[in-house]
Design a protein around this ligand. Structure first.
Ligand SMILES: [Zn+2]
Length: 461
């Protein structure tokens, strides 16, 4: 079985070299056999009823950078892509949601879409119960592709910008749909050419009877600039609205009824989780730090903190110098309520945070806060000795408590050596707080005050 798929895959790789295509997906014989059988049932039983409620489909997102971790698909684009994808699939009654954290991968070969690397390595990263989509930044052999056998989708970052339909098209392949011009991939006339009158629509082309005949396997703007001629001599232009054609992204707006029925039946036949997912738009998180308008933040590590929003899957956090959101200094999905961000220089920065649910990444940002940084000369980056915080005793033994007293409002994070925040407290001025350390070891106290961030090492014996 594996040997056969490998052979099939090699043929695909050969084809990739032969032409520089928009989407070189070739469905496997197993995929096509399943589809033919489904299409025959359509003729016997008619269209199945559409979904009353959407079916929720988990998507595991893998973002591939090069070996240095450069070239990642950015989080803002991903949020928009998921939102657009759900709008495109809404008529099909399918709704996608993020299956956990983003999987960041640094791998030069996957980054350029090397077919061998995809075949041998992408399996290691897969979530077997989700749709696996890899975004990569380089290579010119496709905009997107679905690899049967390994069952993964690869999308080139630059092909999934605003209003792009690459991801929608590739997930169409994932759920069994061929191209509408199926049979014409190499621009040669197939044995059985689909006729305009639909008389051979089940056996020719994509096998769907509600998608028009289409012979164009190069990218085209709509309407097609020339006419096609079917075997009966009828002239026509293909339907540019179907996602599975090669018309430009801006021409595409739909799947056909039979295509949507096939995708739903295919999803049901797969071992993909059928859990429900939260689609709510959540309220905006209340920001805690830095205080709005605060000065002199140490750019080596600015601590951002906000209050948890019940039901949040994650928080989308952005920082932009001078509030120019086209050039982000930080753009991340954070699964906690704090982030320590390295910035640079002595500048004014704006920041904003949005709570999202796994199945709704569409909401907009709310209030923007600002702070400014001040670079501290090398060597004394971490400590500002004049900052009025007292901490006793240090080092402490495991059964002692640490007493904290501050002269001004402080957000305190106790973190382990690996950076994981163990405890978070807001300290009011001149009140004493006791801190119980969990275990022997080294900890860091990150204390955020108006003047900036102060870090103290705490040794527990
Ligand atoms: Zn395709």
């Amino acid at each position: 079985m594996k040997k056969f798929i490998l052979l099939f895959f090699s043929l695909l790789a050969l084809e990739l070299q032969a032409q520089n295509t928009h989407c070189p997906t070739v469905l496997s014989p197993e995929n096509l056999q399943w589809l033919r059988s489904f299409q025959q049932q359509l003729d016997q039983n008619g269209l199945p009823a559409a979904n009353v409620n959407p079916v929720y489909v988990p998507v595991k997102v893998h973002i591939v950078g090069n070996n240095e971790g450069k070239g990642y698909y950015n989080v803002s684009s991903l949020m928009r892509a998921m939102c657009d994808l759900n709008a495109d699939f809404e008529p099909a009654g399918m709704h996608f949601y993020l299956a956990g954290d983003i999987d960041y991968i640094n791998d030069n070969d996957l980054y350029v879409g090397n077919s061998d690397a995809i075949w041998f390595r992408s399996e290691d990263y897969k979530d077997p119960r989700a749709v696996n989509v890899f975004f990569h930044g380089a290579g010119n052999q496709w905009c997107g592709v679905y690899f049967p056998g390994v069952d993964v989708v690869f999308v080139l970052n630059s092909c999934q910008g605003p209003n792009a339909t690459t991801l929608t098209h590739e997930l169409g392949h994932f759920f069994s749909l061929p191209h509408t011009f199926s049979g014409w991939e190499n621009n040669n006339e197939p044995f059985d050419v689909e006729r305009l009158d639909g008389s051979n629509c089940r056996t020719a082309g994509d096998g769907f009877c509600d998608t028009k005949a289409d012979y164009v396997s190069i990218r085209w703007g709509c309407p097609l600039a020339w006419n096609l001629k079917d075997p009966t001599g009828a002239f026509f232009k293909p339907d540019s609205s179907i996602y599975m054609s090669y018309s430009s992204d801006n021409c595409q707006s739909r799947f056909s009824q039979e295509q949507m029925a096939a995708m739903n039946a295919n999803l049901n036949s797969r071992n993909i989780s059928k859990a429900t997912a939260d689609t709510r738009v959540l309220p905006e998180p209340k920001k805690r730090f830095p205080l709005n308008g605060s000065q002199n933040q140490n750019p080596e590590g600015v601590l951002l903190e906000w209050e948890a929003v019940p039901g949040a899957f994650a928080y989308h956090v952005q920082i932009a110098r001078f509030g120019d959101w086209n050039f982000l200094n930080y753009d991340a999905l954070v699964f906690d309520t704090t982030a320590v961000v390295k910035l640079f220089g002595t500048w004014e920065y704006a920041w904003r945070v949005k709570a999202i649910t796994a199945a709704n990444t569409c909401g907009s940002f709310g209030v923007v806060d600002t702070f400014s940084t001040k670079e501290i000369p090398a060597g004394i980056v971490q400590l500002e000795p004049d900052m009025p915080v007292s901490v006793y005793p240090n080092p402490v033994s495991i059964n002692e408590k640490v007493l904290l007293k501050v002269k001004q409002k402080t957000v305190l994070n106790l973190s382990a050596v690996n950076g994981k925040v163990l405890q978070s407290l807001v300290l009011e001025p001149n009140e004493a707080y006791e801190l119980q350390l969990p275990d022997v070891g080294v900890y860091f106290l990150l204390m955020q005050q108006e003047q900036g961030l102060k870090v103290k090492k705490l040794v527990v014996r």
